[in-house]
Design a protein around this ligand. Sequence first.
Ligand code: ADP
Length: 402
Amino acid sequence: MNVLVINAGSSSLKYQLFEMDTESILAKGVCERIGAEGHMKHTPVSNGKPVFESDVPLPTHAEAINAVIEKLTSAEYGVIGSLSEIKAVGHRIVHGGPKFTESVLINEDVIKAIEECTLLAPLHTPANLTGIEACTKVMPGVPQVAVFDTAFHHTIPEYAFIYPIPYKYYVDNDIRRYGFHGTSHRYVSSKAAELLGKNASGTRIITCHLGNGSSLAAVKDGVCIDTSMGVTPLEGVPMGTRSGSVDPSIVDLISTIEGGLSLNDTMDVLNKKSGVLGVSGVSSDFRDLENAKLEGNARAELALDIFNYQVAKIIGSYIAVMGGADAIVFTAGIGENGPNTRRGICNFLNGLGICIDEVKNDVRGEFREITGAGSKARVFVIPTDEELVIARDTNLIVGVTL
Ligand code: ADP
């Protein structure tokens, strides 16, 4: 069975087509600048066919899905004979609100419930829904499954997910910690449990998904008990352009300092102009920051130090509440490819008896155990695969339903 995985953003749509018997990728690609000039890159993976990359008109997501189907089935770039070879579509849905605790088959009720999450994720939810609508239009009758970034975190206890603000905002408006990157935390924590040679029960694993957006999760006995992102993906550690957790009064202060900047624009400062970009003034990309640091840029160095320190502080807090940790996992763009960041974070944890092996730590983009001699927790680099998790959930749910 072939499963198409879709990750629809406001102006982009990423896709991967999986063959599920072997869990192999047949093709993948991205449609960008949807609604503007339109650009597409399509890479056939399973055969020797050429990569397609060009500007193509993509006025809406439906045209983007059409373009994807056309490329997947074309003589020149295709990997399947016809649309009928796609048995199901799995969608990455960023916010599942309080209702969705696991992946579900999409129907009218599910779409309505996802719509209700718009207040919680005003940018992502409409884009995700547009992806579902486009698939319904272009591939009518093909079952679709929603896989939520928030679902893995639904096991977090009340005392960790309720904010100390008036309780009515939780009861009436669903304002609480949800957490994100759930498919990634779920995937790498279960891999780590396997590597520990144990059933999930009895394990204490801290997963660090460090990319443009970064979050950590504390996973005890195979279930998530805390995570660093909150009601939105702005909370937690500093990120590429997001501030992470700051004193909330800073919102008011920035607005006042900037001559009565609107709430929207002030939030833009925290979402788009802060994080390591805001501190360094150089870039949101850790490669640029490391190069700038090597050239003696003190603020780039400071931005990297702030990031490492805040990540280490969260890890330390999870070690405290879990009564220790058996494994710490680094994943995503920076976690997988940033030896200096991993070293910087673990150096702050030396006092807790955690250390990494300098030689083993020199690894990028592949699995490796990097635990140092005598370390109290094992440390792993585990490449994440959110698309595979989405494809597996979709395959499972559609397989049971058909
Ligand atoms: P997203 O959250 O957009 O999925 P990624 O997980 O792809 O992000 O992570 C992107 C980040 O990974 C960028 O900040 C980039 O700096 C970082 N990164 C990628 N390769 C390297 C590298 N070789 N060294 C350090 N950082 C890297």
